[in-house]
Every structure is written in C-alpha cells, then in structure tokens.
Ligand binder design. Structure first.
Ligand code: C2O
Ligand code: CU
Length: 493
C-alpha cells in the first residue's frame, strides 16, 4: 500500500496553466516562475556504480590523510538516479574488515538495506556484493557503510533521486555534504569509540539549547571533503536561484548552517517536501538532510556550518563576482538570525499521512545502568538482544521518543519515512529526527514496507554503544540471515 507521494503533488501543481498562474507570487514563486526556469522533464534513467571499499589516501585540501573510503576522495562518488529508475551498485570489499552499504532514507527492499546481521550478512573482506533496487521517491539522500565506525572514515557519499517532473524551479544545484573528520590525524574513530566507551560524557559543550550535541572535538570539519583552510568554491551568477542539498554525514556533530548575505527557503527535509519556509539558519543533525532554495546576490559569500557546541566550523565559499574571498573565521550574522525549528516545518499536503489513529509505542533514549552504554528501549535498561518493536502490515504506529539523557539523539528509522506529529499534527515527513535532552518527540509510521529494520540513534558512537532497536513485521522475527558481526546490535560489549 504505497503512500500517496509526489505524483499527487505534480498533478496538483501542473494540472493546468491556470493553477500555476494562481500560485505565482505566493509559494508558487518557487515553482517554475520568477527567475528560475522550470526544470525540463527527465526520462527515467537507471544508474550503475562501482563502489570499492578500500584503504585510500585522501586530500582534504590542507592535509592528506590515510583512511577507508570508496574513492581517492571524500565524499565518495555522487549517485544520481531518476525516481522509478534502478540503482545497481557493485560493492567490492577491499577493507581488512567486513562492510555493507546502507542507502539512508530509501524505502527499498530490506535485503538491499545494508543492515548487517539483520537483513544482510555483512560482506567479508575480498568479497563482492551487488546492490540493486528501484529508487521509489525523489529527494536528497546519502549512502554509507553500516559496519563499525566506517561511517566516521570516508565511507559515504551523496545520493540524489531526481523527480522526473521536478516541481521546483531552480537554475543549478549545490550539494553540500558536511562531515566531522578525525581519521588519519594521529588517531582514528575506533580509538574515539574506546574513549567514549570508557570515559564519562564530556559536559564541556554546553550549548544555547541545552545539553551536549556531541562527544568529540574533531580536528577538522569538512564541506564536501575540504577543510576551511582550503575550501570548496562554488561559482555561479547573481540573480540565479540555486537548490542547496544539505547532507550531514558527520558521526558526532550537529551543524548550524548559514549562507552569508542570503536567506534560506527550506523546501524539503529528508527528501520529502514541506510548505516552504524562509529562515536565516538551520540546525542539521547527523543523518538529516535539508533542501534549500537561495536566490544569489552579487559578491563572494561564506557558507558556514558551525559545529554545534564545539567552537569550530566547516566552511565553503559561494562566488558570484570577482573580489576577495571571506576568511574562514568571518563573522556571519545569519548564524544568530531566525533559526528553523521543527515546529516551523509543515508537511506538504501531497505527503501528509493524515489523521488515522495510530497505536502508541513509548520508547526511551537512555544511558545504560553502568553509565557506559546508550539505550533505545522501553526503559533505560539495556535490552540484549535489542528491543524489537513488532508491527503489522498496513497499521499506523506512533513512536514516542523520550530523551532522558543530557545529549542530543538524532533517531533514524530504516526503510520508512515517518511523520513528525508536533503541536499541529501536520509536522514534516522525515526519516531522522533530532530528540534533544529532556524532550519527547512523537512520529507516526505507516507500516508499509515489510521486513526487519533498524531504528537507532545516528550518533555513530551511540548506536555502536547500544542505542539501537529494531522495527519488524509480525509478532516474531522470521529466521534472519546468519548474524555474525552484528555491528551495533549487541549492546556495549
Ligand atoms: Cu544512516 Cu542505520 O543509518
Ligand atoms: Cu544519540
């Protein structure tokens, strides 16, 4: 039973020229009128890619690091497909440990989801695995390894699913992938995991919004694999409208994003449309994505992604005219301007799940009793094996997450896009939602994609230390794949 999706939106907006004219000037100004030409219709196109997971040497601009990734650059290859098209990705594992690829946010078959030990046997060193799936919904996604701390190396890349009849009008795209970088800098993510496992939560990063957004003070924060000292420069023409596709591929960092001299009109989160809302800055948690439209001014501008609570930033440059580039430490007043909140986001009617009552499931984000692990369960006690939330095909389930800790937890559900309820009940469709300290967030899921799915915190260190449950169809799990190397599925170990 597929969810009403983008075709409805297209039919609504392009049903007649009259409709388009009525919308011009309102939200319709984003929809193919104004300065930006409508996007040409696309034929449905498949895509094939080869991903070689291997030890690589990567140039971050101001330094070179040895790490593990899919190419000699970070992010890995950008994958682009049209909705309805097929992605074929051949994974070669040339790493010294197992690996998988997870297609974060995509509503695909569980056997292709890359969840080790749950829906696929992890790919052994030297082995090959063919991922093949149809990309069901347009939007901004990403892919990443789902084994150990490989995500906090270079094992990730952007994945864009084009709408064959894109309703937004814009002239160009800028994919902005954010990351926090430690690997190959004299330490690595496994060492960081050990410190977090054995140490108390650092409380030094107290932020405006309370609690602690992350554990690690990373040596570098990256935009598209570049450090602030050698930033990416995106060159365009004043007056043109661009679509930023913001992706947070960081393991332990939420970013506060702003573009100097510009407002941000948010049109999508986690791939799905919202009623457009204009702000100066937004916070993006690990695993989240935002699509933003910007009409370009004339000049040279800083794109900043401040690492929340960490007193450092990722940085890039937007250039639409000659002139000196701003320095990486330039003051960006927009960072202190109107901040997007979850309550500002209203679902686009075409993807609203509606008001059908849902069965409630209360879930607690907590610390393990001994204070070393992290939990996602019905209480803050460890569930070992992880808690399984059983659902029936076709039912609505309201998952209510309560954060009893002092840290931020971006909670991600595989294989589905839930709807945040919020005060109005009309919150956005998302697959990853930030739950702040002492906060509760309720999301509705339509159980429409049978399988066994992971539900976990997208702080990589929390999921590795036990903040992981599963969401499965039927009262008892079917006999799964053989489960050696169940990463993140075995508690604090
Ligand atoms: Cu991007 Cu299980 O996560
Ligand atoms: Cu967490």
């Amino acid at each position: 039973m597929p969810v009403p999706s983008h075709p409805t939106r297209r039919a609504l907006l392009f049903g007649s020229a009259g409709t388009a004219a009525l919308l011009a000037g309102g939200p319709g100004a984003l929809l193919g009128t104004g300065s930006a030409a409508p996007r040409p219709a696309l034929p449905v196109a498949d895509t094939a890619v080869s991903l070689d997971a291997a030890p690589v040497t990567v140039d971050l601009g101001s330094r070179t690091v040895h790490t593990w990734g899919y190419a000699d650059r970070v992010p890995g290859p950008e994958i682009r497909v049209t909705a309805g098209g097929t992605v074929s990705a051949r994974l070669h594992n040339n790493l010294p440990q197992e690996t998988t690829v997870h297609w974060h946010g995509l509503r695909i078959d569980p056997t292709m989801d890359g969840a080790p030990g749950l829906s696929q046997v992890a790919v052994a060193p030297g082995d090959v695995f063919d991922y093949r799936f149809t990309a069901p919904d347009p939007g901004t996604y990403f892919y990443h390894s789902h084994v150990g701390t490989q995500l906090d190396r270079a094992a990730y890349g952007a994945l864009v699913v084009e709408d064959p009849a894109e309703p937004l009008g814009y002239d160009a795209e800028w994919i902005v992938v954010l990351d926090d970088w430690i690997d190959g800098t004299g330490t690595d993510p496994d060492a960081a995991l050990n410190l977090i496992r054995t140490g108390p939560v650092q409380t030094m990063h107290s932020t405006l919004l309370g609690g602690t957004a992350g554990h690690i003070d990373y040596p570098h924060y990256l935009v598209n694999g570049r450090t602030p000292e050698a930033p990416e420069v995106f060159t365009e023409t004043p007056g043109r409208r661009i679509r930023l596709r913001l992706i947070n591929a960081g393991a332990d960092t939420a970013f506060r994003v702003a573009l100097g001299g510009h407002e941000l009109t948010v049109t999508h989160t986690d791939g799905y449309p919202v009623v457009p809302v204009t702000v100066d800055t937004l916070l993006i948690g690990m695993g989240e994505r935002y699509d933003v439209l910007v009409t370009l001014a004339d000049g040279v501008f800083p794109l900043v992604a401040a690492a929340e609570g960490k007193n450092a930033r990722a940085f890039a440059v937007l250039r639409t005219s000659a002139g000196e580039a701003p320095s990486a430490s330039v003051a960006v007043p927009e960072l202190r301007g109107r901040l997007l909140t979850l309550a500002d986001l209203v679902v686009d009617p075409s993807v609203d799940l509606g008001d059908t009552p849902a069965r409630g499931v209360d879930l607690v984000l907590g610390r393990g009793r001994d204070g070393t692990g992290w939990t996602l369960g019905t209480s803050s006690a460890f569930d070992s094996p992880p808690l399984r939330v059983p659902v029936a095909l076709g039912e609505r389930v309201r998952l209510s997450f309560t954060n009893t800790t002092r840290m931020w937890h971006p909670v991600h559900l595989h294989g589905h896009t839930f709807q945040v309820r919020g005060a109005t009940g009309r919150g956005p469709r998302k697959d990853t939602v930030m739950v702040r300290p002492r906060e509760s967030v309720a999301v509705d899921v339509l159980a429409e994609n049978p399988g066994e799915w992971m539900l976990h915190c997208h702080n990589l260190y929390h999921s590795e230390l036990g903040m992981m449950a599963t969401f499965g169809y039927g009262e008892t799990p079917p006999p799964g794949p053989d489960m050696p190397g169940m990463s993140g599925m075995s508690g604090p170990g």
